[in-house]
Design a protein around this ligand. Structure first.
Ligand SMILES: C[S@@+](CC[C@H](N)C(=O)[O-])C[C@H]1O[C@@H](n2cnc3c(N)ncnc32)[C@H](O)[C@@H]1O
Length: 264
């Protein structure tokens, strides 16, 4: 069901798009953003092992434990569900299909909402695999690894603001729609860290996932699979960026490293 009447993805909302519908769209986008932000904060606790009850390393004690094979299979399935949703819905083809049936104003919020729900499924169904792969005993080095992990999360959050945090998570689109205007198409930007590397958000995730004083088998699986997925995501994202921005993005790719400044 279409929430507003549009004659195309960039058309202005018509009179049929009543105030009530625009308000509903705004609430939907606002709720999707709040769920995303809660899910993001939980991710910090889930990976770093602080504050939240269930983490990548330990679960709330229910008395039942899974075998290593069951844990491995379930963890791979929940990570795959996240990856398929995340990459599938990010493609231009999916976006075109979506906006044939629903307002473009809620396309990004819907993406963010479903990504958050698949992450919540992952937190819920994740089976810790507690065997220790490494444990840094030197307190100074352990502290450095913990600090590195939090630095990774800060890089992620900071970089979202560099390329427009509220647009990335759908709020700009629903607020603009509520004001009766059409959101500008996404612009290609290279501020701050984006002048050094093309994917600071993904670099932040990689640092956050790997930088830990104690690496369990489950955490290692999580870090390795998500890192591999990030490389697939980069390939797909850059293909779309080249299609959208052409030679501008190609030149940027020639000049600026992918993840490590000056190296690759
Ligand atoms: C999760 S963000 C990751 C951005 C980037 N890959 C990074 O790691 O910092 C994905 C969204 O950012 C957009 N994006 C990627 N690079 C961009 C840039 N330089 N300027 C504006 N948007 C960008 C993509 O089109 C996509 O919608």
């Amino acid at each position: 069901m279409s929430i507003t009447m549009h004659t195309g993805p960039n058309a202005a909302p018509t009179a049929v798009s009543s105030l009530a519908m625009r308000l509903l769209t705004l609430c939907y986008g606002g709720l999707a953003y709040l769920i995303f932000f809660g899910t993001f904060l939980y991710a910090v606790g889930f990976v770093s092992g602080y504050v939240v009850p269930k983490t990548v390393d330990k679960t709330v004690d229910t008395g039942s434990t899974s075998s290593l094979t069951t844990a491995l299979l379930i963890n791979l399935v929940v990570m795959s569900i996240f990856a398929v949703q995340h990459s599938g819905m990010a493609r231009q083809g999916f976006k075109r299909l979506f906006t044939r049936f629903a307002s473009p104003a809620i396309e990004r919020s819907t993406y963010v909402l479903l990504a958050s729900l698949t992450l919540i499924l992952l937190y819920w169904q994740w089976r810790p695999m507690p065997a220790v792969v490494w444990n840094i005993e030197n307190p100074a080095l352990a502290g450095l690894a913990t600090t590195g992990g939090f630095l990774g999360w800060l890089i992620v959050l900071y970089s979202t603001f560099l390329i427009s945090h509220f647009e990335l998570f759908g709020l700009t689109q629903v607020v603009t729609h509520f004001a009766g205007r059409v959101a500008e198409p996404m612009k290609f930007k290279t501020p701050g860290l984006y002048r050094l590397i093309r994917h600071p958000i993904y670099l932040g995730f990689i640092i956050a996932f790997w930088s830990t004083p104690t690496m369990t088998l489950g955490h290692l699986l999580f870090a390795a699979v998500t890192t591999a997925y990030i490389f697939v995501g980069i390939y797909l994202e850059e293909r779309d960026l080249v299609a959208l921005f052409g030679s501008e993005y190609r030149r940027y790719r020639e000049k600026v490293a992918m993840l490590v400044p000056g190296i690759f």
